[in-house]
Ligand binder design. Structure first.
Ligand SMILES: Nc1ncnc2c1ncn2[C@@H]1O[C@H](COP(=O)(O)OP(=O)(O)OP(=O)(O)O)[C@@H](O)[C@H]1O
Length: 264
């Protein structure tokens, strides 16, 4: 089990050309939880994930992970703090096999400097063996054995999404950011992904931040749900509380009076 830290987003505003993609967003992701960020299209979910993972820097506000300040950190630095991300548009090399993609990800992010590799050849080769062993464990955990040698581009889309999550796991994260891991999947593939996400949390002890449009899934597996609408946080808390919140129902349906709970 990995030791984890709390993620804190404090008063984050993100402005593009005078328009706020995020306005004064504050939320907490406690270690060990599955926390979902939901909201209608264009609500700012991916922008928030980009701020956490260092692709964007907040215009105002602060993001911390334990004692690390992420607000101005570059993506590779954020990865070094133990935060990995699985991308909505897969970040995989389609011509390379599953195992090659995973080894490459681990090498790229956890590489030894050239000098230290030359000076400490033994240590570098020991590291290489450890990398391979780690990747094998992730392949086993994500049930990718039968696909390991296949070029990623030849795999079914649902399997490619699973490889993308596996790629992120090879970085041994404490916190895993998942941007719509179930988008475009059929029911069976979704059920598999749900099982993997729960195992990632329960067996690996990894904290998960999830962006997902399937409300049934979100309400089922989340410990906590935050709702963005037009860049503002309009609700946050336990799924059953959030799904009954009139502001959330209105954001989704535009009709608060109907009092139909979201996702149920
Ligand atoms: N690089 C950018 N430059 C300009 N505007 C941007 C940029 N990235 C995001 N935005 C704007 O910020 C707002 C929030 O977009 P974002 O992609 O974060 O929403 P989202 O909730 O993830 O939407 P979806 O569910 O459709 O993925 C949108 O109005 C979008 O056009």
């Amino acid at each position: 089990m990995s030791q984890s830290s709390q993620l804190e987003v404090q008063g984050v505003t993100l402005t593009f050309g005078g328009i706020n993609a995020l306005t004064d967003v504050s939320l907490t992701v406690p270690p060990g939880e599955i926390v979902s960020i939901i909201g209608p299209n264009g609500a700012g979910k991916t922008s928030l994930l980009n701020c956490i993972s260092g692709f964007y820097h907040p215009t105002r506000g602060r993001i911390t992970f334990g004692h690390h300040d992420l607000s101005r950190a570059a993506p590779n630095v954020v990865t070094g703090y133990g935060i990995a991300r699985a991308f909505q548009n897969l970040e995989l090399f389609r011509g390379l096999s599953v195992v090659e993609n995973m080894l490459l990800a681990r090498h790229t992010h956890l590489r030894y400097g050239l000098l230290s590799s030359l000076a400490f050849y033994g240590r570098a080769s020991r590291q290489e063996a450890e990398n391979r062993a780690y990747v094998e464990r992730v392949i086993d955990f994500m049930e990718l054995e039968q696909h390991r040698s296949h070029p990623v581009g030849t795999l079914a889309y649902g399997i490619q999404k699973r490889v993308e999550v596996a790629r992120a796991l090879t970085l041994a994260p404490k916190l895993l950011l998942l941007d719509e891991p179930m988008a475009g999947m059929n029911v069976e593939e979704k059920e598999d992904m749900v099982r993997f996400i729960l195992d990632i949390q329960r067996e690996q002890g990894i904290t998960v931040v999830l962006i997902e449009h399937d409300m049934g899934v979100v309400m089922d597996i989340s410990d906590r749900v935050y709702v963005l609408d037009f860049g503002q946080l309009i609700a946050g808390g336990r799924p059953e509380v959030v799904s009954a919140d009139p502001r959330v129902i209105e954001a989704y349906t535009g009709v608060a009076e109907e009092k139909q709970a979201v996702g149920v």
